[in-house]
Write a protein that binds this ligand. Structure first.
Ligand code: SF4
Length: 338
């Protein structure tokens, strides 16, 4: 049966509910939103996304998502007011669920009881790293024990759990990032998001960068670390629902440095596909002049690689005259046929 598409209605609450100032964070620059989010704004966004004649016989599921701040860090009455705007839409069947993202230090039973009653089904926590030094250098006060306590409360409330990780933060390296990935896997989230660290204007990281105290990771280094992370999450059957920030105008205007690419996930998938092709070739006892791979039809572009780089790399490395890819409808993996 075909899976229902999910319509996400994004509501930005930039930096609201958050008393912290993580060195990398400039939520206003990322989302472009400057005013305080109120009921009218929530209603306006809902109307824009749902449309006037939106009805419950729709073919897509609909989820309202609060992003950009620490939702559960807002005063309880404000959380209730914002969520109550969506309640009638849930009751009429036009909205299926709500998700909020927040800081692990703003999780307790009282807050979870409230948001659950109001229709929230998913809580996303910004973990960013599980390494104490990386967290300290990044201005994020949250111990491992506090994180684990928040996660277990979210699970006890039967809410879906999403965890967000960053790579390339101050003090981070491949080993620490991989340990963060393993730690997150052990926390068994329902899904994860992965974000390379970018230097944005109006952040402490920008000042550090200008003084030469922070050096962003290169795109190559980032793709390589992401590749390992994605393989580990795949092995643990944990879905990765986002890699890299949304490339919108506000972000582009404020981006100063860092491994930004509009299709980061695609580049990582190309790299993973290249490794699979190389593995197949290395399993041959002798090398032919030309080679054909059968791959899933919908994945041909990741096997070809960005700007056909995978094909060029294989030709150069192994000296093939020709490398062909045949897309197959019902093919689950890659097969080397010649
Ligand atoms: S906790 Fe979130 S919203 Fe607050 S400063 Fe850090 S990244 Fe920004």
């Amino acid at each position: 049966m075909k899976k229902k598409k999910i319509l996400i209605v994004p509501i930005f609450i930039p930096h609201q509910g958050c008393p912290y100032r993580c060195v990398f964070c400039s939520q206003v620059d990322i989302t472009g939103a400057r005013s305080k989010t109120d009921q009218n704004h929530v209603l306006e966004v809902l109307k824009t996304y749902l449309g006037q004649d939106f009805n419950s016989t729709r073919s897509s599921k609909c989820e309202v998502a609060f992003y950009g701040g620490s939702f559960t860090g807002l005063p309880m009455d404000r959380q209730q007011i914002l969520l109550s705007v969506i309640k009638p839409f849930i009751e009429s069947g036009r909205v299926d669920s709500i998700r909020v993202s927040t800081h692990p230090l703003f999780i307790d039973s009282e807050r979870l009881d409230l948001i659950k009653i109001c229709g929230v089904k998913t809580v996303e926590l910004g973990v960013q790293s599980t390494n104490a030094q990386v967290l300290e250098e990044s201005g994020r006060p949250c111990s491992r024990e506090e994180l684990i306590k928040s996660i277990s409360l979210i699970k006890k409330h039967n809410l879906n759990l999403g965890l967000q990780l960053m790579l390339g933060l101050p003090g981070d390296n491949e080993k620490r990032f991989q340990k963060s990935v393993m730690d997150v896997i052990s926390m068994k989230p329902n899904f994860v998001r992965l974000y390379p660290t970018l230097v944005l204007r109006h952040t402490a990281l920008y000042s550090m960068y200008k003084k030469g105290l922070y050096h962003p990771w290169s795109l190559k280094r980032t793709i390589s670390a992401l590749k390992n992370a994605i393989l580990l999450f795949k092995m643990a059957s944990i879905p990765i629902i986002r890699v890299g920030v949304q490339p919108d105008r506000s972000l582009k205007e404020n981006l100063v440095a860092g491994p930004f690419h509009p299709s980061t996930r695609y580049l990582v998938d190309c790299q993973i596909s290249l490794d699979l092709m190389i593995e197949k070739i290395l399993s041959l006892t002798s090398l032919p002049h030309k080679i054909i791979f059968k791959v899933p039809k919908n994945l041909i572009s990741v096997y070809v690689g960005n700007k056909r780089e995978n094909i060029s790399y294989i030709k150069d490395r192994f000296g093939f005259k020709d490398v062909s890819l045949v897309g197959e409808e019902y093919c689950s993996g890659i097969k080397l046929v010649a």
